[in-house]
Every structure is written in structure tokens, then in C-alpha cells.
Design a protein around this ligand. Structure first.
Ligand code: FE2
Ligand code: FE2
Length: 194
């Protein structure tokens, strides 16, 4: 059987999120230089993206559709899945906290920068470990154990995500302006700016 669409979508979205974390981390370390308005606008747009795509589309589909199927067919994945579920529950609050720290830096000045640098470093490490655990334990277990019927249902759900930062889909509708801005103002590997 060829690689299921679901696995391709999950790996692509992980790749896009890794690139986003990398670009965000280098921007945050560099700071605003002479263009604070553009700098803070860009960071806000990037954190907003993480909240809209990975947090609201990617994780819920893993938790609701993929993990329960894998857990019932491969009981040995229970420990990893429990940890990944905890991570998913923490993720949204963690982005909110970063948004708050960014606002503090913007409104209260450089004295609040280090708090964001530290929190973002922890967040990026947390996410990289999370994606690594999914790719090393859950996706291979799914590939071995799920049936064509399971894949048909999963593929229908995951292929609807259409995250433009994977490079496979145009940004459409309400997201068009957001993605244009992110690509224009963000350093590589995500964008052209910086
Ligand atoms: Fe996940
Ligand atoms: Fe994931």
C-alpha cells in the first residue's frame, strides 16, 4: 500500500511547524532593531498562525481520530499516547502565554524581552520532542495496524486541513492576507523577509 494521505499531511504539517518555530526563534533573539512596529506585527501574525493551524486543526484531529484507533490496535502505544494527549492539552495555553509575553515586551520594553526568549526556547523544545515522539512511535504503529477503512476516514479528515505553510496549498479565504504577510516579513526557512 502506498503511504496514506494522513501520514503525508501530518509529516508536512510537522515540517511547516518546525520551520515556523525556527524562524520565530531567530526573530525573537534578534529583536526589533529599527522597525519595532513591523517586528511585533510579524511575531503576532506568526503566533496567531500557530494558534489557528497546529492548535486548532492538527492536534484535535490527532487526538480525536488517530490516537484512539492506534491505541486500540497497538496497546503498547498507551504510554506515548497519554503523554501526547497531555501535550495537546497544554499547547493552547502555552501559545496564549507566549502572546502575553510578546505583548509585555512590546508595551513595557526590553526589560521584558528575556522572559519571552526563555519561554519560547522551552516551547520550541517541547514541540520538537512532541513531533518526534509522534513520528517515531505513533505513525509507524498506525502504518502497521490501521485498516483501509480507517485510512479512508482519516484521509478525508486530514486532507481538509490545507495548511498553506506546507507549500502544497494556496492560502485561501480569510487566511490569504495573513500568509502573504508571514511570507513577506519572516526570515527563512518560512519566508523571504527578515
Ligand atoms: Fe500532536
Ligand atoms: Fe502532530
Amino acid at each position: 500500500m502506498s503511504t496514506p494521505e494522513t501520514l503525508r499531511v501530518i509529516r508536512d504539517e510537522h515540517h511547516a511547524l518546525s520551520a515556523m518555530l525556527h524562524s520565530l526563534q531567530s526573530l525573537i533573539r534578534k529583536g526589533p532593531a529599527s522597525e519595532p512596529k513591523r517586528f511585533f506585527d510579524t511575531l503576532r501574525a506568526m503566533l496567531f498562525y500557530i494558534d489557528e493551524f497546529p492548535e486548532r486543526l492538527h492536534h484535535p484531529k490527532e487526538s480525536e481520530l488517530l490516537f484512539p484507533r492506534v491505541a486500540s490496535k497497538v496497546p503498547a502505544t498507551a504510554g506515548a499516547i497519554a503523554r501526547l494527549e497531555q501535550d495537546h492539552m497544554r499547547g493552547e495555553a502555552a501559545v496564549r502565554q507566549l502572546q502575553h509575553l510578546l505583548l509585555a515586551w512590546e508595551l513595557l520594553g526590553d526589560g521584558r524581552k528575556q522572559a519571552l526568549v526563555d519561554a519560547f526556547g522551552q516551547y520550541a523544545a517541547f514541540y520538537r520532542e512532541h513531533m518526534q515522539l509522534e513520528e517515531s512511535e505513533i505513525l509507524p504503529a498506525a502504518e502497521k495496524s490501521l485498516t483501509p477503512q480507517d485510512w479512508a476516514e482519516l484521509d478525508a479528515a486530514f486532507s481538509a486541513n490545507r495548511d498553506p505553510l506546507t507549500g502544497r496549498y494556496p492560502a485561501d479565504g480569510v487566511y490569504e492576507e495573513l500568509f502573504k504577510r508571514i511570507v513577506r516579513d519572516t526570515p527563512p526557512p518560512i519566508g523571504l523577509g527578515g
